[in-house]
Design a protein around this ligand. Structure first.
Ligand SMILES: O=C(O)CCC(=O)C(=O)O
Ligand SMILES: [Fe+2]
Length: 383
């Protein structure tokens, strides 16, 4: 996402990022038809069924991640795919650090091509997507921005976590939407109001304006294996869907203060191959001397294929920008591409920013397989 958008909060005094505490555990409970085991990592606990049927069964299809913040239950991965992406990388990474301030790990691929194709199809079909629009001030003029790609996001910054949900305390288990998984303060365990737009809480700043959403199981499997593969910790998962070459992301850095000074961002590609361009930021000093197209300090093009992963770390975000440019001509319609980034947001500003610019307040869309396009998702009325 363009830094112009993501850095808006910086202008409104988001506090400087603090070091995360070891005890800052985000707890995510998901409801399954047959919970069998619990796996714990430094930041998430997920209860899930480890029974591996040899074929696709009815109970497998009945497994969903359910949370009040989701527009609809989100299907779990098929077992075979889950097993494959629990054990990554498919191939060791190479370091790319041969230019000033650049520090990348490039897994080519990170996920086998076959599993990447399945994961692409699965996520495009099962996740809720948004086409976010918003206004910014550009040179004193109010400008309307239409995000040129589909987006969705899950996660919560280190200052809060999702409370373990006890089905008995949240009503009938047979109603999937009764599951609450409240947001609570990491230190005190006290509930934090969410979705406080246009309410008194918004003014007193006690609540989240956003409605944070736990990382669903299908992405959490990948989040956990990516933590293991990179040695980094992540609490946010941003997803971009580029339907065609007309969808893009312009040059930006993911260098917001809420990510801390040396953020590690794992960026995974699925589906169509797209060029990932990087260029060193122009020197700040002499105004007028360097323009934004200045690549004298270095540039790089990675033609990211399905299953590839780039870990951007160290001084990279502070000094480099990256983009996925539009592409036209014969390659414009060679299939969509999904990009998943895992990040670690340290403070509330990260949560507010990510939901504002990746979910927004517009309609929910879901993939329509027959029409091969995103269509507005209609909520089925409860009986
Ligand atoms: O799609 C990509 O590879 C890059 C996405 C990106 O830079 C972002 O979401 O910040
Ligand atoms: Fe980015």
């Amino acid at each position: 996402m363009a830094s112009k958008k993501r850095t808006i909060d910086a202008y409104f005094g988001i506090p400087k990022a603090k070091k995360p505490r070891d005890s800052d555990a985000v707890v995510l409970q998901e409801k399954h038809t047959a919970p069998k085991a619990t796996k714990t990592t430094s930041c998430h606990t997920t209860t899930y069924d480890t029974t591996k049927p040899t074929t696709s069964t009815h109970s497998e299809l009945a497994n969903y991640s359910i949370h009040a913040s989701y527009p609809f239950p989100i299907l779990h991965l098929p077992y075979a795919l889950e097993a494959e992406i629990s054990d990554l990388p498919a191939r060791a990474a190479r370091v790319i650090a041969d230019q000033p301030d650049l520090d990348l790990l490039y897994f080519e691929p990170y996920i086998s091509r076959q599993a990447a194709r399945q994961l692409f199809e699965f996520l495009r079909s099962e996740l809720p997507f948004y086409r976010v629009e918003y206004d910014i001030m550009r040179s004193g003029i109010k400008t309307h921005i239409r995000t040129p790609r589909w987006t969705t996001v899950f996660g919560l910054d280190e200052t809060a976590r999702f409370e373990i949900n006890h089905p008995s305390a949240s009503g009938s288990i047979s109603d999937p939407r009764s599951s609450k998984g409240k947001v609570v303060d990491t230190r005190t365990g006290k509930p934090i109001p969410v979705g406080t737009y246009d309410t008194p809480e918004q003014k007193t700043q006690t609540g989240y304006k956003a409605i944070p959403r736990p990382v669903p199981h299908c992405l959490d499997v990948l989040r956990r294996s990516t933590e293991a593969a990179t040695g980094c910790q992540f609490n946010f998962c941003l997803v971009n869907y580029y339907a065609s070459g007309a969808d893009s992301i312009s040059f930006h850095s993911d260098d917001e203060r809420f990510l801390g000074p040396f953020p590690a961002i794992a960026s995974l590609s699925l589906g169509a191959r797209r060029d990932f361009l990087m260029k060193h930021k122009p020197p700040k000093s002499e105004p007028g001397e360097a323009n934004s197209n200045d690549t004298s300090k270095g540039s790089l093009k990675l033609p990211l294929g399905s299953g590839d992963c780039v870990l951007m770390r160290g001084r990279t975000q502070a000094n480099w920008q990256h983009s996925i440019p539009k592409r036209s001509g014969k390659n414009e319609w060679d299939g969509g591409r999904i990009n998943i980034t895992f990040r670690l947001a340290l403070v509330r500003g990260g949560t507010e920013n990510y939901y504002q610019y990746n979910v927004g307040s517009g309609p929910v869309y879901k993939w329509n397989a027959a029409g091969q396009e995103m269509r507005p998702w209609m909520q089925t009325p409860k009986p």
